[in-house]
Design a protein around this ligand. Structure first.
Ligand code: BGN
Length: 353
């Protein structure tokens, strides 16, 4: 029976093709994420037992007598793993400040007992989501302190009523953040996503841009599709420049994250990903924003991304910085990024899915 099947050349071609696909899967996603993708998250974390994100932080209050002589350990001793995240309590900026007394003006923090080993800038594109921002800040500050990072939070606020442009705001955030410090890692953070495990470190992968929000509750804690790069990700300034930053031309909802994923591949890199069991995020429930309607041009834009990525990005970024304000919990950059140009409607001739 085997011989008779093996006689058919098609059998060998199919066998070889399926083996090749499997090897490619392992190579591109890492063995663990493939198995997780196929069989669901492997056990390791118990999310039914969570801890308050402020647990034990008071043990790390600065001691005015202490002199820092050493780098912080590679692995922070105060990580707790799964965190308790709830969205029913509105938080005021004042109450968040009181809980984060060692965060300094502009949303900066540096560990006091040791030199922070990693310098991380978190960039949050934003408009009309004040209560989401407060909720995120409530969880993010202690989360980053637990990781003993030297960090700062930058909120990039799109002024005016033009259609929202997430990727362009991120470009502005990176350019401005790099004026302040020599960051090792830049975290691109949606305002409505809260990390559920403090072992999901906000540091970069040396080789490739890293997707941190691999398991969001809105997608049943798995990736919605293979190349997904939305939500929260980590990129070094060097990797960011290699892909010419992000596209400035995606106005409205959708597609810009797929364009970024394509840029990463086109520039010869891959996406590295936090394992699903660790990259868990809760999304703050909300309705679709007005001013962020679906971008109907995104299919056509993606189809051309292969040729546009070298001209549309950091090398073509134009904006007007209206104000730069150091509040107690973050640096607020208010920017005029212009308006969506009139674009001819072309038929959608191509889809990446
Ligand atoms: C995808 C969107 C992403 C979005 C995810 C998750 C597009 C482009 C289609 C060719 N991509 O469908 O931008 O992050 O859904 O919501 O629409």
């Amino acid at each position: 029976m085997f011989l008779s099947r093996a006689d058919k050349p098609c059998f060998f071609v199919c066998l070889a093709a399926s083996q090749l696909i499997f090897i490619l899967l392992l190579y591109r996603r890492g063995a663990s994420s493939v198995f997780q993708g196929l069989f669901g998250p492997y056990p390791g974390w118990d999310y039914s037992k969570t801890q308050d994100v402020y647990t034990n932080l008071s043990l790390f209050v600065p001691d005015s007598e202490a002199v820092r002589t050493q780098y912080c350990p590679v692995s922070s001793p105060i990580l707790v793993g799964p965190l308790t995240i709830t969205f029913n309590k509105p938080r005021s900026l004042k109450s968040i400040q009181l809980k984060n007394r060692y965060v300094t003006s502009g949303g900066y923090f540096s560990p006091r007992h040791c030199f922070g080993r990693y310098r991380t800038a978190v960039i949050i594109p934003h408009r009309n989501r004040e209560s989401h921002l407060r909720t995120l800040l409530y969880y993010l500050h202690p989360f980053l302190q637990r990781q003993q990072l030297h960090y700062a939070i930058f909120v990039v606020h799109q002024a005016g009523n033009a259609t929202f442009n997430r990727a362009k705001l991120l470009n502005v955030g990176v350019r401005e953040a790099l004026r302040y410090d020599d960051w090792d890692c830049i975290i691109l953070h949606d305002v409505d996503l809260v990390p559920e495990n403090d072992c999901n470190l906000y540091i970069c992968d040396e080789d490739y841009p890293k997707h941190l929000s691999s398991a969001m509750d809105k997608f049943q804690y798995s990736l919605p599709y293979w190349a997904y790069f939305g939500g929260v990700s980590a990129i070094t300034p060097d990797q960011f420049m290699r892909i010419n930053g992000f596209p400035n031309t995606y106005w409205g909802w959708g597609g810009e994250d797929d364009d970024i994923a394509m840029r990463i591949r086109l520039s010869g890199m891959s996406i590295s990903r936090t394992p699903l069991s660790l990259g868990r995020y809760k999304m703050i429930p909300h309705d679709r924003d007005s001013g962020n309607e679906e971008n109907s041009h995104r299919y056509n834009q993606l189809r051309k991304a292969r040729t546009t990525w070298k001209e549309d990005g950091m090398n073509s970024l134009e904006f007007r910085l209206l104000s730069r304000e150091r509040t107690q919990l973050y640096t607020n950059l208010s920017v005029d990024i212009g308006d969506a140009p009139e674009m001819p409607t072309e038929p959608n001739r191509w889809s990446i899915f």
